[in-house]
Design a protein around this ligand. Structure first.
Ligand SMILES: [Cu+2]
Length: 377
């Protein structure tokens, strides 16, 4: 009986995956709108609703002032987010032309937290649409999952606005701003290998804006797909060497693709961080729950995980382990905050052991299966 309940729970929560922008309130209003859109070239990727929801007041935005965002992922995939604006409020989605104002690298690490960006000081006054997007890279190097939400905003200008006609704008979908996957165009970073180049993909921000992590996609960067003042095309036929694998000298064995990747674990019903750590440790892959939390930017929110979340597992002996990162040599890891982990271990190991063993027993008794995914095989 219990086994059936768990399966049902798993099925039920599995339908509520992925994520959405939750602040400011988008055209959907409150509720579930977390599924991916059909694709990077779908009108739904521009906005999920073609017109304003008049039940929701315009969100006031002041040029040059802080702008608070929050996203709620119920399956926190690895990937990145970005923010765009259009003044084409009366046009059809396919005809709207946008410009970018912010890059949000590794946005799952700020899941369900307030994130403050700056509304660029050059924004002209007027009604506009703020568009937030997210692309899940959990199937790297295969197709990304795309998400979007639109918020109707009313912008108050600063003392030095530019004209709308001075903004270099482009369609989101024709041609698409993003590659379909890591093998197309400039591709995507490998989210499972923190020692590989963790570049960001997408257009440059408008008007050479330097705030909001805009440097990550400025012209000349690896993942730049246009924008600023250049045409945008996310699907240009530039091959990403990381995505195509290493070149091999004649006569040498072909290395396994992405042999250096971290393992990821997709959360199942009934899991806790502690039970996940216990499963890996029991399988000879020693890791503490504090290490998993730290490796995924969840030091503050480790008690809250959702079915479908993808977590890097920095177990001993893996490319993601503390020792591997510390011994390094490669590109410095951005999200593996190894320095703070030693002290965290000391304070939580006692409880972790207890929680872990009881959680593991519960999991085993109800037959919850562990799914280990080796990234990108
Ligand atoms: Cu998803």
């Amino acid at each position: 009986m219990k086994f059936i309940q768990v399966l049902l729970l798993s099925f039920f929560t599995g339908a509520f995956g992925h994520g959405r922008l939750s602040k400011p309130l988008s055209r959907k209003g409150p509720g579930y709108e977390n599924d991916p859109v059909p694709g990077r070239d779908s009108e739904k990727f521009v906005c999920r609703h073609a017109t304003r929801n008049t039940a929701i007041p315009y969100h006031k935005v002041i040029a040059g002032a802080p702008l608070v965002l929050q996203w709620a992922f119920s399956a926190a995939h690895v990937g990145d987010c970005a923010v765009y604006i259009t003044y084409d409020v009366d046009k059809a989605l396919k005809d709207q032309l946008y410009f970018k104002i912010a890059n949000l690298l590794k946005c799952k690490d700020q899941n369900k937290q307030d994130v403050t960006i700056t509304a660029p000081p050059f924004l002209p006054a007027g009604k506009a649409i703020l568009r937030w997007d997210w692309w899940g890279l959990h199937q790297f190097p295969s197709n990304a999952e795309f998400y979007s939400q639109c918020v109707d905003i009313d912008i108050t200008a600063s003392t030095a606005p530019i004209l709308v006609s001075q903004l270099a704008t482009y369609s989101i979908i024709n041609p698409p701003i993003m590659p379909a996957n890591a093998k197309e165009g400039v591709g995507y970073r490998n989210p499972f290998n923190p020692r590989s180049d963790q570049f960001m993909t997408g257009p440059a921000c408008a008007n050479d804006y330097a705030g909001n992590s805009c440097e990550l996609t400025k012209k000349g960067t690896k993942g730049y797909t246009g924008g600023g003042d250049a045409p945008v095309d996310g699907g240009r036929t530039v091959m990403d060497p990381d995505a195509t694998g290493p070149t091999v000298a004649p006569g040498q064995p072909t290395p396994a693709p992405h042999a250096m990747d971290c393992e990821i674990y997709s959360v199942q019903a009934g899991d806790s961080m502690a039970s996940i750590a216990a499963k890996f440790t029991a399988a000879g892959k020693k890791v503490t729950f504090a290490e998993i939390c730290a490796a995924n930017g969840k030091q503050e929110t480790c008690g809250s995980i959702d079915v479908g979340d993808d977590y890097l597992i920095p177990h001993e002996g893996s490319v993601c382990s503390k020792a591997a990162i510390a011994g390094g040599g490669g590109t410095a890891s951005v999200d593996l905050t190894v320095n703070s982990m030693a002290s965290v271990d000391l304070t939580v190991n006692g409880t972790a052991g207890l929680v872990a063993s009881s959680a593991a027993m519960v999991s085993a008794s109800v037959g919850v299966m562990m799914t280990l995914a080796i990234a990108a095989l």
